[in-house]
Design a protein around this ligand. Structure first.
Ligand SMILES: *[C@@H]1O[C@H](CO)[C@@H](O)[C@H](O)[C@H]1NC(C)=O
Ligand SMILES: *[C@@H]1O[C@H](CO)[C@@H](O)[C@H](O)[C@H]1NC(C)=O
Ligand SMILES: *[C@@H]1O[C@H](CO)[C@@H](O)[C@H](O)[C@H]1NC(C)=O
Ligand SMILES: *[C@@H]1O[C@H](CO)[C@@H](O)[C@H](O)[C@H]1NC(C)=O
Ligand SMILES: *[C@@H]1O[C@H](CO)[C@@H](O)[C@H](O)[C@H]1NC(C)=O
Ligand SMILES: *[C@@H]1O[C@H](CO)[C@@H](O)[C@H](O)[C@H]1NC(C)=O
Length: 249
């Protein structure tokens, strides 16, 4: 297979699977046509690069023309390839808005037959002959490309490097507050299936306790310092988790 065939196969495979399961029908047609659905919408965007999280947080977006780093401009509002009847915010419009807000660039290869980009690079994480960017909404691969896939308020939009070679997309849950030096439990699951994930390393970013999840996907950490802590889960074969922010008092 050539470099470009692999993600296309993945795209078609996921399209095929979603047709069988009926999710394609739901995502493409469940929103009733309306005069203006292309209103600013806040989604929860996360971009997991090769070695680091490039972006994680809310982003306000609406469908708009985007321009890739290599200079190709394309409408990016879900009407691409006639996927949706009316314009609206999309995965890649969110990526584009985040890139402007946070100051990183992205690039894509235009596929005229899909009227969409294949994302090839975000920040410094560039696809290779075997590692590609994947796009997920609520931990499911999107059945179509990022300018075709519309999003709604609160959707968890994830761009993940080497997504097609990962075992799990980690999801981390934990409390918003904890008492200092008290046992605080975090749980790691597979975001798509809910399966409990053992052997994930749960790390307090910028210093603090670290632990490894047990067979129930749980780990207890004790925070020795008060303040705001940010915790995230990692496993070698998986896409790192969302972060959990908690206040220790
Ligand atoms: C948006 O991009 C399309 C090409 O996809 C172009 O035809 C159109 O003129 C652009 N619209 C604006 C407002 O720039
Ligand atoms: C693009 O649209 C055509 C015609 O509706 C369809 O056959 C094709 O599967 C679509 N491509 C993708 C990638 O969704
Ligand atoms: C990630 O780290 C590896 C190993 O240090 C390095 O070869 C690679 O260039 C890094 N990737 C990015 C995008 O920085
Ligand atoms: C996929 O993962 C396996 C096992 O982690 C690794 O050996 C292989 O090199 C990876 N392939 C790519 C394309 O990253
Ligand atoms: C977790 O790690 C232990 C020790 O390395 C190993 O025996 C066990 O099979 C691992 N479990 C999973 C689910 O990876
Ligand atoms: C928490 O534990 C650390 C290390 O054992 C200790 O230095 C600190 O005084 C403790 N803080 C409280 C409020 O108990």
């Amino acid at each position: 297979m050539t470099a470009r065939q692999v993600p296309l196969v993945s795209l078609f495979l996921s399209l095929f699977l979603s047709l069988i399961s009926g999710t394609y029908h739901v995502s493409a047609t469940s929103t009733p046509p309306s005069k203006d659905l292309n209103i600013p919408t806040v989604v929860d965007l996360r971009i997991e690069g090769q070695n680091r999280t490039i972006f994680s947080g809310p982003i306000r977006t609406r469908g708009h023309n985007v321009t890739s780093a290599s200079g190709v401009t394309l409408h990016c509002d879900g009407t691409n390839n006639h996927t949706n009847p009316t314009p609206g915010p999309t995965c890649t419009s969110a990526l584009d808005d985040a890139s402007k807000q946070a100051g990183f660039s992205w690039d894509g290869e235009l596929f005229t037959e899909f009227d969409d980009f294949l994302i090839t690079r975000i920040a410094r994480s560039e696809q290779t002959a075997t590692e590609f960017w994947g796009i997920l909404v609520d931990f499911q691969f999107t059945p179509v490309g990022g300018c075709q896939q519309q999003v709604k308020h609160g959707d968890k939009v994830l761009f993940a490097f080497n997504a097609f070679n990962k075992t799990h997309f980690l999801s981390l849950a934990g409390p918003k507050a904890a008492a200092v030096n008290s046992s605080t439990t975090f749980a790691v699951t597979d975001g798509a299936s809910g399966e409990k994930i053992a052997n994930a390393t749960v790390v307090t970013l910028r210093g603090g306790p670290v632990g490894i999840t047990n067979a129930d996907g749980e780990v207890s950490l004790e925070f020795g310092k008060t303040g705001i802590h940010v915790v995230k889960a990692f496993r070698e074969d998986s896409i790192r988790s969302n972060h959990v922010k908690l206040v220790v008092t």
